[in-house]
Ligand binder design. Structure first.
Ligand code: NIG
Ligand code: FE
Length: 387
């Protein structure tokens, strides 16, 4: 096992609570990568010797971003739907069916190449862990293939057969729920770490959502929920009732929803690129954080409601539009994402963590929101290796 000393780090974000402040920042720092893990972190003057050294010339180092919500297995393009939205056509769940048709018609090679392209795009922007959902196949074979493809790129695969009721089941939604909780789940289970459902007007109601999530939980697949995106609704309460890892979107919340998230510890996944791209109000992130809710920031990269793969963009939106402090936004994009995926090995840079880190072409993490839209990621390491 070889070791690499990163030295000359202007500012190092560790997310180590033992260091006092939220981000556990160390100025004029150094970090040793031992094989695939973080071996040591501290002040540059105390750094131990290593097999090799790299002087970062005052650049900042942060934990790699943990993007806890994305839909990358798809084909086709909905740029015209976006164009129409920008001149007043509202977003609705029904647009998903456009992508379903294109995805079913695509070959395995086309779908795999598209995921590969998007994962590469994400890595270039500092994402080192990504969750990927199915949900544009909606047949037994198409959902199983989407999950098998997702599994080539990440362990964080999510079965979202319950994304929308496909057109062929328009007259028989109950029959579709039976398919999702029966034969489709059988085919999806071995490829899935998570099960998800879109609880929303035009998608699934609370009883359908409960049946779907419980069918997965009974097979040892953990739950996460698309909740309260287009209006107030039962999604957050369902996530809390079932002990889901996360309730994502949270655009429209009641006081009772915030209390439930705070008391159950379900992570609120905020996806500000979606509000940006659907021209919707942003979630009240301040109220969530002030109530003690754990917040994760994620891209939700998908061809419909928002096609950004950029965690730095989400951080800038979180700071500018949702009034998170830059430190809270970065924490939510790293440690918050890890909490959403129930991972303890990523989202922080303390000895023993996976060496997933990002070198910024900037002296501190503040530049992520201070310089929005600027490609500041200079180098990304995953499990100790430069990518
Ligand atoms: O998270 N909300 C449901 N699913 C996606 C949108 C999918 C689509 O419009 O294609 C989302 O926003
Ligand atoms: Fe989503």
């Amino acid at each position: 096992m070889t070791s690499l000393l990163l030295t000359g780090i202007g500012s190092l974000v560790t997310n180590d609570p033992a260091r006092g402040d939220l981000l556990g920042e160390v100025q004029d720092a150094a970090l040793v990568i031992d094989g695939s893990k973080v071996g040591w972190v501290g002040s540059r003057r105390d750094a131990p010797a290593a097999d090799a050294a790299l002087d970062l010339g005052g650049r900042a180092v942060i934990p790699g971003f943990v993007d806890s919500h994305s839909h990358l297995v798809f084909a086709g393009d909905r740029s015209e739907e976006f164009e129409a939205r920008m001149t007043g056509t509202p977003y609705s769940a029904g647009g998903i069916r456009t992508t379903v048709a294109a995805t079913r018609a695509a070959t395995d090679e086309q779908l795999t190449a598209n995921v590969s392209r998007l994962v590469t795009e994400m890595r270039r922007q500092g994402t080192t862990t990504v969750e990927i959902k199915s949900g544009y196949g909606l047949t037994v074979a198409d959902e199983a293939r989407a999950l098998a493809i997702a599994g080539q790129f990440t362990d964080e695969t999510t079965y979202l057969g319950a994304h929308v009721v496909p057109s062929e089941y328009a007259d028989d939604p109950a029959g579709y729920v039976e398919l999702v909780t029966g034969p489709m789940l059988d085919a999806a289970a071995k490829h899935s770490r998570w099960i998800d459902v879109f609880v929303e007007r035009g998608a699934f109601d609370a009883d359908q959502g409960r049946a779907i999530l419980e069918s997965g939980i009974a097979r040892g697949i953990q739950a996460r929920v698309h909740a309260n995106q287009l209006g107030e609704g039962p999604g957050v309460q369902l996530a809390c009732e079932l002990g889901a890892a996360a309730a994502d979107h949270c655009t429209y919340l009641t006081d009772a929803d915030i209390d439930a998230l705070a008391s159950t510890g379900v992570v609120a996944g905020l996806l500000p690129a979606i509000e940006f791209s659907t021209r919707s109000p942003y979630p009240d992130a301040r109220r969530l954080i002030d109530a003690g809710v754990t917040v994760a920031l994620a891209t939700d990269c998908n061809p419909g409601s928002g096609y950004s793969s950029s965690m730095p963009f989400c951080i800038a939106l979180a700071v500018r539009e949702m009034h998170l402090t830059p430190a809270e936004a970065l924490w939510s994009a790293t440690a918050g994402g890890a909490a959403s995926l129930r991972r303890t090995d990523v989202g922080h840079l303390t000895p023993g963590a996976r060496a997933d880190l990002v070198v910024l072409d900037a002296p501190s993490h503040l530049h992520l929101s201070y310089r929005p839209g600027v490609p500041l990621v200079s180098q990304t390491f995953i499990a100790g290796r430069p990518v």
